[in-house]
Ligand binder design. Structure first.
Ligand code: F6R
Length: 610
């Protein structure tokens, strides 16, 4: 949700900022801009509505904007329509201070009224301009001091990059509840919302914490805590390759990331299986802890929430512990019943989703212990958890998650096996079967990916539909939720996921001749019941595309129009194989409809506003 980048050094800043923004474009892509300081020209600001290519064109790849200090921004609009004026950077009335911002300034209206009374006039509708103007209002020749004074009055979430024409030797960065990472180099320093924006230049990064302010100069960084005292921060070396964040010959990141799933699952699972046993060194968890639990809350948004839905079925079945899955945006406002005996499992790819972060803090405030499943190392959720199970999906660039979702599932399986062992809920034979099943999973996902043509063919039959339904029972229903989200977010086809038994309580009235119903029927104990629901929709004219295991494929084929079969996996791991064909189906449907697959309209990855 908005990406910011900053550079101070000896090179031309603008091309570096544009390159960084290109890697952050997944965070927002309705407009972009940059501000660069130059000894002769002073502060130059260039902004453009639309994709980053507009800005790159307007600046001839940055060549038209000389200077070695600057900040850049790619926007997902919150306050004011996407246009040149509302794009960032926003500048102070003097035109000498420029600010890029990721987050939301909640009390912006009050601050704006105050500044207007003081004679400040505003150009844009944004909350960010309030930050720029407020810093300008307090500026008396000391940028750091002015920023501090402004922050004392600003409420909300922000990561800010600030430059000032009167202090061209520094770049100031601050954060609260929005991610901000500093990159350390020889003779240059950078800031960005995400490591991917600077990995081409440096792999040595440090993570700013809430309330911290950093002053970057070409030679180094000085960081201050919320009380203005200097703090030392650890520099972390990022060891993944830049190719992980590039398309590598694929037309879309989403397709590349779908194809990377076997590796991502393997990387998540393998280091945690040693001599046939699941070892989770990163979580301090004893049998007593588990026996003491009054409930497990799973807190997440979107696809991560769907992982939580699958986890509920898996964990309750295996552990017999009550599991409540709550949308993070609801958690805070639904008077959750949390005690000292509650464990909250927070699931997030980015580790920065503000709703999830806020819900997690609320759970902690109420007394819960917090474990998380997170993909982005060093992210806020990871850092604030009592234990983190990192997923090793690598950078996920496509807005629609695929490989991160799959690795989150894998992390849930690992946790389930470990807890079942601690509680003595599985005998040795079952335990071995679960571990072996998990080790086999990457290969089974690979098998599905070797044969995508059939799925492409089904997409070609159905891509013109206006509406689709996904039905399933038990964990198939959890997969249906994800399948439906995948389809709607990238193809813009209306779709709904229903627990199959629930259709007849209302929604079946929407089924008519030719409506596509995708029936997920991997969960064997309910196969016959699901097939009864299939008959109900067929009787009302639906076309049914079935997804089931190889063992059930011929039985299913007798009741549906087309069947996709997936390998027979250990039953609790079904979501991992069922999700792959529906991801591919969504991808091909969106492709055939000419949609912008990696950057669907109105969306952004990493939702850092509430
Ligand atoms: C959908 C998708 C989103 C995210 C959601 C939570 O494809 O990616 O629904 O799952 O915004 O994001 P994280 O997992 O980063 O907290």
């Amino acid at each position: 949700m908005c990406g910011i980048v900053g550079y101070i050094g000896r090179e031309q800043a603008a091309p570096i900022l544009l390159e960084g923004l290109a890697r952050l474009e997944y965070r927002g892509y309705d407009s972009a801009g940059l501000a660069v300081l130059d000894g002769e020209k002073g502060l130059q600001v260039v902004k453009a509505k639309g994709r980053l290519r507009e800005l790159a064109g307007r600046t001839e790849g940055g060549a038209l904007v000389p200077g070695a200090v600057g900040v850049g921004h790619t926007r997902w609009a919150t306050h004011g329509a996407p246009n040149d004026v509302n794009s960032h950077p926003q500048v102070s009335q003097s035109g000498r201070i420029a600010v890029v911002h990721n987050g939301i300034i909640e009390n912006y209206a009050r601050l704006k009224a105050f500044l207007e009374e003081e004679g400040v006039s505003f150009a844009s509708e944004t909350d960010t301009e309030v930050a720029a103007q407020l810093i300008g209002y307090y500026y008396r020749g000391d940028l750091l001091q002015a920023v501090g004074q402004a922050l004392n009055r600003i409420e909300g979430a922000y990561a800010l990059g600030i430059v000032c024409a009167d202090e061209p030797d520094k770049l100031v960065a601050v954060r609260k509840d929005s991610p901000l990472i500093l990159g350390r180099g020889a003779g240059f320093q950078m800031l960005a919302s995400d490591v991917t924006a600077m990995i081409r230049y440096t792999r040595d990064v440090c993570y700013l914490d809430d309330g911290e302010t950093a002053v970057l100069t070409p030679e180094g960084v000085q960081i201050y805590n919320a009380f203005g005292r200097p703090v030392e921060k650890e520099t972390v070396h990022v060891d993944w390759e830049i190719s992980a964040a590039e398309k590598g010959g694929y037309e879309h990141f989403m397709f590349k990331e779908i194809m990377e799933q076997p590796k991502a699952i393997r990387d998540t699972v393998s280091p945690r299986i040693r001599e046939g046993r699941v070892v989770l060194d990163e979580l301090e968890l004893t049998r007593e802890d588990l026996e003491n639990l009054d409930r497990l809350y799973i807190i997440a948004c979107g696809s991560s929430y769907h992982v939580g839905m699958a986890a509920k079925y898996i964990l309750e079945k295996l552990l017999r512990i009550p599991v409540e899955v709550t949308l993070a945006s609801e958690f805070r406002y639904c008077t959750p019943i949390v005690t000292q005996r509650t464990l909250a499992l927070v699931v997030s790819q980015s580790g920065e989703t503000i709703d999830t972060l806020a819900a997690m803090r609320e759970a902690r405030r109420l007394g819960a212990r917090i474990f998380s499943i997170v993909n982005v190392v060093g992210s806020s959720i990871a850092r604030e958890s009592d234990g983190v199970l990192y997923t090793w999906a690598g950078p996920e660039i496509a807005v629609a998650t695929t490989k991160a979702y799959s690795t989150q599932l894998a992390a849930v399986y690992l946790l389930a096996i470990r807890c079942a062992e601690l509680l003595g809920r599985v005998d040795q034979e079952e335990y071995r079967a679960m571990v072996a099943g998990l080790e086999a999973l990457p290969g089974q996902v690979e098998e599905i990916l070797k044969d995508t043509e059939k799925i492409q063919y089904y997409a070609s039959i159905y891509f013109n539909h206006d509406s689709m339904f996904f039905i399933g029972r038990n964990i198939d229903y959890a997969v249906g939720l994800e399948a439906s989200l995948k389809l709607k977010e990238i193809s813009y086809i209306h779709s709904e996921a229903y627990a199959a038994g629930e259709l007849k309580h209302g929604t079946i009235s929407l089924i008519e001749d030719g409506t596509l119903v995708v029936a997920l029927a991997g969960w064997d104990p309910l196969f016959d019941k699901l097939m009864s629901n299939v008959r109900e929709v067929k009787a009302r004219g639906a076309d049914v595309l079935g997804v089931t295991t190889r063992a059930r494929a011929s039985a299913m084929a007798q009741g549906v129009d087309s069947t996709i079969s997936v390998p027979d996996v250990f039953p609790l791991y079904l979501p991992s194989v069922e999700v792959v064909p529906v991801q591919l189906f969504a991808y091909y449907v969106a492709l055939m409809r000419g949609c912008d697959i990696d950057k669907p309209r109105n969306l952004a990855k990493s939702v850092t506003v509430e």
